[in-house]
Write a protein that binds this ligand. Structure first.
Ligand code: NAP
Length: 289
């Protein structure tokens, strides 16, 4: 491996240190911000992600709340949990852990969510704000990847970025963030997906490649320009093993690459907590935030 590693932990620590300081300030003013999670079913990786989110809340002093919905309970039980968090004044932001099991309608539940409490930035209102470049919560995984590029000083402005995958939680918002104006942004962005033949013809020209597919080892060295920056946002669990979209051997060609473990996972959680703190600040001072 010759590439340098885009380790997520230092990025997350910096974001959480800043969030922690702001939480202390709010606590001094008599408010403890809170994050809620809704987990539907008992999928192992999803339960693990939710656990990690609560652990991180505890580390930084954020209150946390949880609804566990059995997979057999049905959509109405999910909507009840959403309404409960909408009306709970101790919850500033919350998430519905995705994906939800078959038979549940994630988008319908999102639409019922109070957009001011949407800690994942996936409510249509907030995705619209992202398109308009208005401040608001940004989907956590792409926001974490952008934060990672910023942290490691990767030049993004004016460069060719290719996002492989166009899913609503990762690929699509990632492309918007990189093409928007701002820091670690202003790129020339191309999005490729399953209907694009010969997609390596696109990735081979890219300075920055973001895997957002969910197929282990999908991005191989022959698809990468020497010296490119390659991030694996997409991940797949095979039993207890986490497999990124980007094959490890890409590290022989790239200049920067995310490690198999400890890449975008920690930054995703950190951005979720940042979104929650910002929601609490907006609630405390709606005109200022
Ligand atoms: P998704 O909605 O299923 O999107 C997957 C995308 O990959 C689709 O755009 C699909 O193309 C594309 N794709 C599938 N097979 C392909 C192929 N053979 N060639 C080219 N493109 C192909 O999934 P998602 O929710 O965006 O998630 C994508 C990955 O990101 C998953 O691994 C997920 O676990 C991961 N993720 C990680 C985090 C995190 O915290 N690290 C958070 C969110 C998501 P079509 O649109 O044409 O079908």
């Amino acid at each position: 491996m010759t590439a340098q590693l885009l380790e997520g932990k230092p990025v997350a620590e910096a974001v959480l240190a800043e969030a922690g300081a702001r939480i202390e300030e709010m606590k001094a003013a008599g408010v403890t911000p809170g994050l809620g999670t809704i987990l539907v079913g008992d999928d192992g990786p999803s339960a693990g992600y939710v656990r990690k989110k609560h652990e991180t809340c505890e580390e930084v002093g954020l209150a946390s709340f949880h609804h566990g919905i059995p997979a057999a309970a049905g959509q109405d039980a999910l909507l009840e949990a959403v309404q409960d968090f909408n009306h709970n004044p101790e919850v500033d932001g919350y998430i519905i852990q995705h994906p939800v099991p078959e038979g549940f309608d994630f988008n319908q539940a999102l639409a019922v969510m109070d957009p001011a409490k949407d800690a994942d930035g996936l409510h249509p209102f907030n995705l619209g704000r992202l398109v308009l470049q208005e401040p608001g919560p940004v989907p956590c995984t792409p926001a974490g990847i952008q934060q990672m590029l910023l942290h490691y000083g990767v030049e993004v402005q004016g460069r060719n970025a290719v996002v492989v995958g166009r899913g609503p939680t990762l690929g699509r918002p990632m492309a918007l963030l990189l093409a928007n104006k701002g820091s670690a942004a202003d790129a020339a962005v191309t999005v490729v997906h399953s209907r694009v033949p010969n997609l390596a013809d696109y990735t081979r020209w890219a300075d920055i490649v973001i895997g957002a597919v969910g197929i282990p080892g999908f991005i191989t060295p022959d698809m990468i320009k020497p010296g490119a920056v390659v991030v694996s946002g997409g991940i797949t669990w095979e039993g207890k093993k986490l497999l990124p979209d980007v094959d490890e051997s890409v590290g022989e060609v790239a200049s920067w690459i995310t490690p198999r473990l400890g890449g975008v996972g920690p930054t995703t959680v950190a951005m979720l907590l940042r979104n929650t703190v910002q929601a609490a600040e907006r609630r405390m001072a709606p005109a200022a935030a």
